[in-house]
Design a protein around this ligand. Structure first.
Ligand code: SF4
Length: 786
């Protein structure tokens, strides 16, 4: 019975009563709005805050600032900061809902140890850390330092990443650790490092507003980085927007040119455009001469990419290719933006460098509105690239360089001999190490490989795997080979945590303090605004506990708080391109609205000096030690290579590893589903508001022609298979994909049952964006089985 009225009967009186009076829902007093103070406008009375705390969002790399509303010591609400240079008062659905995952009912509130029965039981931190130490120490003493590894994340704070990398490698004596930034940003890291001499995204978000031509390659900015897209919308120059993407996306629908090329033919297209630019003399000779090397060889190399050949290979017309090149030529400020459509490919590093080459040869770098600009994924992928101490030594250094090891040892006051002279294995090599039995213990921190890792499925019966590997095909089978799996997370319910021997309960964003570095190199301060539940600890404190129980705590006495580690990071950055010695502390960061690297001590002192000799500042103006809010790199045309010149780097395109064939005739594309979803949905899945904004059931986009051919109907559940696995998905018939292509969002657990474990040889980033699949109707399968 669902009658809202207490009046019995079923006549018109009942209906009239329910029209006149609502019997459920909030009372009028609860709906009243009052001035919220703190510049917040009006808020509901029950949420009127006593204070606000400003913090940087912990989802994506945009790095929006949020005002967290505190009432009676609790974080009760939040709103985007209006005067922060990144988001200017805006937030996407994930940011608005950032507090919700903290109160999810499945938060893990005590360490969990898997008992003899196979069930978890709660334990004290003392018992948990003794077990952690005993199991990992025993393994390392029997099988050597390479037998234990960790997989971390771009979601934790920079201070935490640095502490983890230092404790594991310099304290515990381990060698191998990588993070899920391998899945998103390894390509940009390597591409910039090789081309510029350092991993240095050159831009600032103001460049979205200052370009007259914006080129987006493999980026659906509208939903993947919605606040960056808002910056594009603020561009008053009526810019040309060119989108290079096989799919029709929310971004391509707003483009002036959409180049819907054949999947993974982007490298060929970019070389073809470079050739048109060279052949027409549409290049910046002065810049090339002064600031680059290797152009002559590059120009010669791209001659073979004639418009006809490129048209045939990409599926575009010669006219489209020529118009693209001509638009670049006519632009006075051209910016190139790329993200996962490029980074997650089988030849991703060279593709990213082909974009860099276009910017270099046309002199579109170092000026407002220009740049070859990689857009980062996770909130702290940039922090991971500089300070995780995984495959690069702290501060963007090289483990193989004795000089770099000495300089880190000096900065940390530790013996140089404690620093390994080889970099870590990459993520996929760690997985292979487990499969081969060489890695027996794994510590997973705030990531969920049992959902997100590529090609997790078993081979389909009767289908020959198209890659050679000694390892078992399924990631589940590989993880089962571990002797000891530790998962440190906010929830014990993730696909990975459910397989753990030991779960360490961790605080989430908002429950701890430190810094994130966003896509435009901006350090932002994230604050503790809420208490972690039960016995959960910040990742920072868990790493400190690990050091103490291991017996190497003495080495890390100075690393006693995030603030103290921030000062260590400054020392580690000194003299590096990412020098932040001019940032005083967290208070300075907050006053400045975040600070982009580099900001050196000399720059800081210069500002102070200038302020001391200047006329008195207007009351209320910014203090003297704050740098400009938007700064870009390479303004002087000097790069971080030994000779100061950017390099043209190129290679011949390679065929896709798994083209469609008779058995698997469709190309599977994957990508972000909506702006309300974050990666494996571990946190976004906790919010009813966000869940209402996306289909919770896996779905597959199929072109109407393919749907007709396969006799598929809208919403029909089908079996999608690749050589590695199967997934059941509801059909969404749409022309966003081309005939012969299908799309499944990355957020569903089933998606990576299908993807193929293929890696870019330079960055070792997985190629999530292309593999061959087939679709079978369930009814036909049943009939066949019958
Ligand atoms: S998820 Fe990204 S775009 Fe959304 S509010 Fe957070 S930082 Fe901003």
């Amino acid at each position: 019975m669902n009658d809202p009225s207490p009046v019995s009967g079923s006549g018109w009186e009942t209906r009239a009563d329910s029209w006149l009076r609502e019997w459920t829902g909030p009372l009028t007093t609860e709906l009243l709005l009052e001035p919220g103070r703190f510049g917040l406008g009006k808020v509901p009375v029950r949420l009127k805050p006593d204070a606000v705390a400003r913090s940087v969002c912990g989802y994506c790399s945009t790095g929006c600032s949020l005002e967290v509303h505190i009432k009676d010591g609790m974080a009760v609400n939040l709103t985007p900061s209006v005067d922060y240079p990144v988001n200017l008062g805006m937030a996407c659905p994930k940011g608005w809902e950032a507090l919700t995952p903290l109160s999810a009912p499945d938060r893990v509130t005590a360490p969990l140890i898997r008992g003899e029965s196979g069930e978890f039981r709660e334990a004290s931190w003392d018992e948990a850390m003794r077990l952690f130490t005993e199991r990992f120490k025993t393994t390392m003493s029997r099988f050597g330092p390479e037998s234990v590894a960790y997989l971390s994340t771009g979601q934790i704070l920079t201070e935490e990443m640095a502490l983890l990398g230092a404790v594991f490698k310099f304290g515990m004596g381990g060698l191998h650790g990588d993070s899920n930034t391998r899945q998103c940003m390894a390509t940009s890291h390597v591409a910039y490092k090789q081309s510029f001499g350092f991993d240095a995204p050159p831009y600032t978000y103001a460049d979205f507003e200052n370009s007259d031509v914006l080129v987006f390659i493999g980026s659906n900015l509208c939903i993947a980085h919605p606040i960056m897209w808002q910056r594009v919308l603020r561009n008053a120059r009526k810019p040309e927007i060119i989108v290079i993407d096989p799919r029709g996306t929310e971004t391509s629908m707003n483009a002036t040119q959409h180049l819907a090329l054949r999947p993974k033919s982007d490298l060929t297209l970019l070389y073809g455009v470079a050739n048109v630019l060279v052949q027409n003399g549409w290049i910046d000779h002065a810049f090339i001469e002064k600031s680059t090397s290797g152009f002559a060889a590059f120009a010669e190399f791209v001659r073979q990419f004639t418009p006809d050949k490129v048209a045939a290979e990409t599926g575009l017309t010669v006219g489209q290719i020529f118009r693209f090149a001509e638009t670049i030529h006519r632009g006075t400020a051209v910016s190139f933006w790329w993200t996962m459509g490029v980074n997650q490919g089988h030849e991703s590093t060279r593709t990213a460098q082909a974009i860099i080459n276009l910017a270099l040869m046309t002199g579109n770098i170092g000026r407002p509105g220009t740049g070859p600009n990689s857009i980062t994924g996770q909130c702290n992928a940039m922090g991971s690239r500089l300070f995780a101490n995984a495959t690069s030594l702290l501060g963007g250094r090289d483990f193989r360089s004795a000089a770099d090891r000495e300089s880190v040892a000096d900065a940390l006051q530790i013996p140089a001999g404690r620093i390994p002279s080889t970099p870590s294995l990459a993520y996929d090599q760690i997985i292979d190490g487990i499969a081969d039995g060489n890695i027996k213990g794994l510590w997973v921190i705030a990531t969920n490989p049992a959902h997100s890792w590529i090609g997790r499925g078993d081979p389909v019966v009767g289908a020959k795997p198209s890659y050679s590997s000694k390892r078992p095909a399924s990631l589940d089978a590989i993880l089962d080979r571990l002797d000891f799996l530790v998962v440190q997370d906010m929830y014990a319910t993730t696909e990975t945590a459910r397989r753990a021997d030991l779960v360490l309960p961790a605080a989430g964003w908002g429950e701890k303090e430190g810094t994130f570095i966003n896509s435009e190199r901006r350090f932002g301060h994230a604050k503790k605004v809420s208490r972690a539940p039960g016995l959960a600890l910040s990742d920072f404190n868990i790493f400190r506990l690990a050091a103490e129980y291991w017996g190497c705590g003495e080495l890390f006495r100075e690393w006693n708080s995030p603030q103290a580690v921030f000062q260590i990071l400054k020392r580690l950055s000194a003299g590096q391109p990412c020098d932040i010695t001019g940032i005083e502390d967290y208070t300075h960061l907050e006053a400045a609205g975040g600070i982009q690297w580099p900001f050196t001590r000399a720059q800081h002192d210069e500002l102070r000096q200038a302020a001391a000799t200047a006329l008195p500042t207007v009351p209320g103006s910014a203090p003297a030690n704050l740098p400009e809010r938007e700064r870009r790199l390479f303004v002087d045309g000097r790069f971080f290579t030994l000779d100061g010149r950017a390099q043209f780097i190129f290679d011949a395109p390679r065929p896709v590893p798994e083209p469609p064939d008779k058995l698997f005739p469709l190309v599977l594309l994957t990508g972000r589903g909506t702006s309300a979803q974050w990666h494996t949905n571990t946190r976004t899945g906790k919010s009813a508001v966000l869940r209402a904004l996306y289909p919770t059931r896996p779905y597959i986009e199929v072109h109407p022609e393919d749907a007709a051919l396969l006799q598929l109907t809208e919403n029909e559940v089908v079996r999608v298979s690749s050589r590695r696995g199967t997934a059941h998905c509801a059909v969404c018939v749409t022309a966003t994909v081309r005939p012969g292509q299908v799309f499944i969002p990355m957020h569903y657990e089933v998606t990576n049952q299908l993807t193929r474990p293929e890696f870019d040889p330079h960055s070792r980033q997985p190629s999530y964006k292309h593999c061959a699949v087939r679709i079978d109707r369930l009814a036909l399968l049943k009939n066949h089985a019958g």
